[in-house]
Write a protein that binds this ligand. Structure first.
Ligand code: B12
Ligand code: SF4
Length: 504
């Protein structure tokens, strides 16, 4: 008799315990694995000894494989550490990397001796197929597993990509696998017990800079309304969640398809936060907005990206600057805070584009002072990280550093842990920025966030926020952003929260 395959799923530490949200990637994979086998989840966000605990768990139980979830940025380092530790103590167990990092940088991931398999894109079908092949010793079947990249005789083999699967929207997550799932309910500006949830999958757009486009290549699937109602009711009535942070790639889709979902949310009235696009919100009718208001949408994160029509066109964003201004006004009328993200300092003309963006942000603030502004550095994805179907359709842009030398991206996970590459992955710095521009951006952000403290900061007292805002008023008014030493000092004293670092 064959025993069911058993997989250890690991989420390496990537955030503070207080910011830990349900590890949805692993929960979805565990639900899929549960249809034919078993799994155990170790979440480094709540378990700070996750490496020791992973090894202990492997000492107690025989696992057929270990799956590690890896996102580019600070998570790569602990992912390397846990993979190396497992390889050293359990060399016979296969190590599989999945998530955005191995999807975008597959060859780089497989360059590491401690990564045996990389799964590109959605893992709900590829992982059970791989684990079942490994546990039954049927390695001949490996070439049949879509979405899998693997090594054979020193060469890396990329199987064809897997077609987009809608099945994930129907999976039922097993919260009990997390021990006490209530420890993942966090205090945020939405409520005292905010739960993270993913309802829809993917995004129908293909913005060239976005990891989601590289993962889903323009496909999206919405959940059935009754499934959404079951899931949210469970979170509200069984776990006691009082608000929801949607981790959907892009929440608002076509209005006609959204209405049944908005009706569910209007029924449950849980304050919520989501990702959205300006065009989708502008296309909603008054009756849908009535549902949105009733459902208590508090904040929508909208990728405004740039005030430049040309840049928006080049990155295939599909929205225009006038839509960004219009959505700020529309959100104001409906009591929703727009959280607008911008990508400054693009490789072409970084200084001038950045200044134009600052002026555009000022205009947005005039239209809707409540708008929250997130500023990132524009760090395009390396040419090789596009989805298979998008590759070769456009001539790759050669990125150059400050000295006009072509930028060479890392070729091993270790190189991605160097501070300059962690910054690149986090959209915090890029090789074509000079110190003057870096300082200018930092100073503008300081003045802006002191002048308009974020509504997401529930920790700092109101008086402190008002004092900071008053102190920053003259600088903002006269555009005197440079060297705001007094604001830096006051900010340190108050420890104002920064939404793009903590993620709500
Ligand atoms: C939640 C989230 C976070 C949380 C993570 C909380 C947590 N769970 O621990 C926080 C706020 C910490 C975070 C931070 C960052 N994030 Co983030 N984040 C997300 C978000 C909104 C949801 C991720 C999620 O849970 N999805 C739901 C699950 C079900 O999907 P999934 O993770 O994609 O998993 C599927 C596949 O990837 C795959 N898979 C995943 N893991 C594994 C493992 C194995 C073994 C296998 C086989 C398959 C597999 O199968 C899963 C099921 O199909 C996404 C956007 C999005 N909607 O996906 C951005 C996103 C993943 N983040 C992104 C980025 C850039 C970051 C930051 C670098 C941003 C920054 N400027 O700081 C930081 C890095 C932080 C760090 N310390 O490493 C990008 C990644 C793109 C890229 N270029 O790599 C995304 C796509 C946002 C975007 N559109 O740009 N993030
Ligand atoms: S609309 Fe948003 S999620 Fe979709 S591809 Fe563009 S940036 Fe990514």
């Amino acid at each position: 008799m064959t025993r069911p395959a058993n997989t250890l799923l690991i989420n390496p530490t990537m955030t503070s315990r207080s910011s830990a949200r349900f590890p949805l990637s692993l929960m979805n994979l565990a639900a899929a694995l549960g249809q034919s086998g078993q799994s155990r989840i170790i979440d480094g966000n709540v378990d700070r000894d996750f490496i020791t605990d992973s090894l202990r768990s492997m000492g107690e139980t025989a696992f057929d494989a270990v799956g590690v979830s890896v996102m580019g940025g600070p998570q790569v380092e602990p992912a390397i550490a846990v993979s190396k530790a497992i390889r050293a103590q359990h060399p016979q167990v296969a190590i599989i990397w999945g998530g955005y990092f191995p999807t975008l940088y597959t060859d780089t991931a497989l360059n590491a001796p401690y990564v045996d398999y990389a799964i590109r894109g959605q893992g709900e079908d590829s992982l059970p197929e791989l684990v079942s092949a490994l546990s039954s010793g049927a390695s001949a079947g490996l070439s049949q597993i879509a979405g899998l990249s693997w090594k054979q005789d020193g060469a890396v083999i990329h199987n064809p990509s897997r077609r987009f699967s809608r099945d994930g929207t129907a999976l039922s997550l097993r919260y009990e696998q997390l021990g006490d799932p209530r420890r993942y309910l966090a205090r945020t500006f939405l409520g005292r017990r905010t739960a993270a949830h993913q309802a829809a999958l993917g995004c129908r757009f293909r913005c060239t800079f976005c990891g989601v486009a590289a993962m889903f290549n323009g496909a999206t699937a919405l959940p059935a309304a009754d499934k959404l109602e079951r899931d949210l009711s469970f979170l509200k009535y069984q776990l006691g969640a009082d608000s929801i942070q949607f981790f959907d790639h892009n929440f608002f889709d076509r209005e006609v398809d959204m209405i049944p979902l908005l009706e569910v949310m209007a029924k449950l009235e849980l304050p919520w936060w989501c990702y959205a696009r300006s065009d989708a919100l502008l296309n909603l009718s008054e009756s849908s907005w009535a549902l949105v208001r009733k459902s208590r949408l508090r904040m929508a994160y909208i990728g405004a990206e740039s005030p430049s029509d040309k840049l928006l066109h080049d990155i295939r964003k599909g929205t225009r600057p006038d839509q960004t201004l219009a959505v700020a006004e529309l959100c104001r009328r409906h009591g929703v805070i727009p959280e607008l993200s911008f990508m400054v300092a693009p490789p072409d003309d970084p200084h001038a584009e950045t200044e134009r963006t600052f002026e555009f942000i000022r205009e947005l603030k005039r239209i809707n002072p409540q708008s929250e502004i997130i500023i990132y550095i524009y760090t395009p994805l390396p040419a090789g990280s596009q989805h298979d179907n998008a590759r070769g359709k456009r001539a790759p842009v050669v990125l150059r550093d400050l000295h006009c030398e072509p930028i060479v991206f890392p070729s091993t996970p270790e190189q991605w842990t160097e501070p300059r590459w962690v910054d690149y992955a986090c959209h915090a710095d890029a090789p074509w920025l000079d110190d003057r521009l870096r300082r200018r951006i930092r100073d503008f952000v300081t003045v802006l966030k002191c002048r308009f403290p974020t509504a997401q900061d529930t920790r700092s007292p109101q008086w402190a926020k008002r004092t900071l805002s008053a102190a920053a008023a003259w600088r903002y008014h006269y555009r005197r952003y440079d060297r705001p030493w007094e604001l830096n000092w006051a900010e340190r004293a108050i420890r104002l929260r920064n939404p793009q670092v903590s993620g709500l």
